[in-house]
Design a protein around this ligand. Structure first.
Ligand code: URA
Ligand code: CA
Length: 433
């Protein structure tokens, strides 16, 4: 059938859904450069305003997933479950969940990305481990998962090239914040990475991409619906990002925090979230019969430190210095540790995660641009979280920096206080299946 891009834009603009063939035409022709940016941008804007049906969203997802190679994880035994976070501040979960779930006997073949802006990336965090190689070949990757059940590698640029092009176009045409486009973008990359099912951590709050709970819930539901339509079981937890997760923000600092957590000495919120996400993975992998049983298995793994042993085995297998596990002081260390003292007393009522994420980025923990260098040693250590009582002169944050000065005022301004007791934050807002 001969298609004209103009007609497809017009159809979409007038509010009619495109059929499967029309969507794959748009994506294929755009990926090969037959359709140019101005027409695709017009289609994005039409989609932004008129939305998409569930069927269109899953068609778009699959068309983008198929625009490049889809990883074949078929030679790895068992069901492969991937975990994805929409991005938060100090979100150390992958470093913990991957080895923890693997230590229960479920294979974790995980690809991760680098960080951008106020959110960190798992691959950057791992690069603070001396010698650690996250650039395995596909054969090495699969062999390692078959050997030790766990590998964490860098996402290849070949996955879902259509998404890469489309995301860059949306970024400059004010069409990023469309839920159908975000959901299909995320899911296309996940599907291309080859897993059989997905556990999604959709963040909401001041440090998240989705600031409003209602928006996060809609994104979660849309991604779960894509999973249903393509027969890949998907569970989404909508979780809180109104304060950074755990105590550490920064690359080496978060590796240290992951080690502590795997040794069952981590912060409560981080531990709780890792157990919740890990339990969903164990159930989707058909390893555990239900969430309660899965949680018990994970808690046992924490107590017996089998997840920590798995983390060590993974570091060794990927060429890293495994001694960092027993002596985290071998990780890169910042020259200065600058305490930020509170000039107010009271219960902490809110913490602006975005501001803290940006403060960490500004001292080098994150990238402002795709190619900015990062300083693995630096970041923030939170001494107090929402609900904690603080007196005047008490340290609320320790800035780990290689610069003698710090954004003291900005960091202080990220905190608000109350005279009255503040109730603890609800960490998991909702579960979608
Ligand atoms: N993250 C993605 O991967 N894609 C989007 O469209 C938005 C956020
Ligand atoms: Ca953290």
């Amino acid at each position: 059938m001969l298609m004209r891009t103009y007609d497809l834009i017009l159809k979409k603009r007038n509010g009619y859904p495109l059929d499967t063939e029309e969507i794959s035409y748009l994506i294929n022709e755009y990926t090969t450069g037959q359709i140019l940016d101005y027409q695709m941008a017009a289609w994005c804007m039409a989609t932004y305003f008129t939305g998409m049906t569930d069927r269109e969203i899953s068609d778009l997802t699959m068309a983008m997933a198929r625009s490049g190679e889809i990883m074949d994880l078929g030679t790895i035994q068992g069901r492969k479950i991937d975990k994805h976070s929409t991005g938060g501040v100090g979100d150390t979960t992958t470093l913990i969940v991957a080895p923890l779930v693997a230590s229960c006997g479920v294979s974790v073949a995980k690809m991760s990305g680098k960080g951008l802006g106020h959110t960190g990336g798992t691959i950057d965090k791992l690069s603070s481990i001396p010698g650690f190689n996250s650039e395995l070949t596909q054969d090495q990757f699969i062999r390692q998962v078959n050997d030790i059940h766990c590998a964490l590698v860098s996402q290849t640029g070949k996955l879902a090239p259509a998404d890469k092009l489309l995301y860059a176009l949306r970024d400059v045409t004010a069409t990023v914040d469309s839920i159908p486009l975000i959901a299909s973008s995320i899911m296309s990359k996940k599907i291309a990475a080859g897993a059989d099912g997905f556990v999604l951590d959709v963040k909401t709050g001041s440090g998240a991409f989705m600031k409003e709970l209602s928006q996060a819930i809609e994104l979660a539901k849309t991604m779960v619906s894509i999973g249903k339509q393509i027969d890949k079981p998907t569970v989404a937890l909508v979780t809180d990002m109104n304060q950074p997760l755990g105590q550490m923000i920064g690359n080496a600092l978060e590796v240290k925090e992951a080690i502590l957590t795997l040794a069952n000495q981590g912060p409560d919120d981080l531990t709780q979230l890792c157990i919740a996400l890990g339990a969903e993975m164990l159930v989707l992998a058909e390893h555990s019969p239900d969430i309660l049983t899965a949680e018990k298995q994970l808690l046992t793994a924490l107590r017996q430190k089998t997840g920590l042993d798995k983390f060590k085995a993974m570091i060794r297998a990927q060429g890293g210095d495994e001694r960092i596990v027993d002596s985290p002081d071998r990780l890169p260390q910042a020259q200065y540790k600058i305490p930020i003292y509170s000039n107010q007393a009271g219960y902490i009522e809110s913490i602006d995660s975005l501001e803290l994420g940006l403060a960490a980025m500004n001292i080098g923990a994150g990238r402002e641009h795709k190619n900015s260098p990062i300083d693995l040693a630096v970041g923030l250590e939170l001494k107090k979280k929402i609900g904690d009582y603080v007196t005047i002169g008490e340290p609320i944050v320790i800035v780990h920096s290689n610069m003698a000065s710090s954004d003291q005022e900005k960091i202080r301004a990220a905190y608000t206080f109350s005279d009255k007791k503040v109730s603890a934050v609800q960490l998991i807002h909702m579960r979608n299946t």
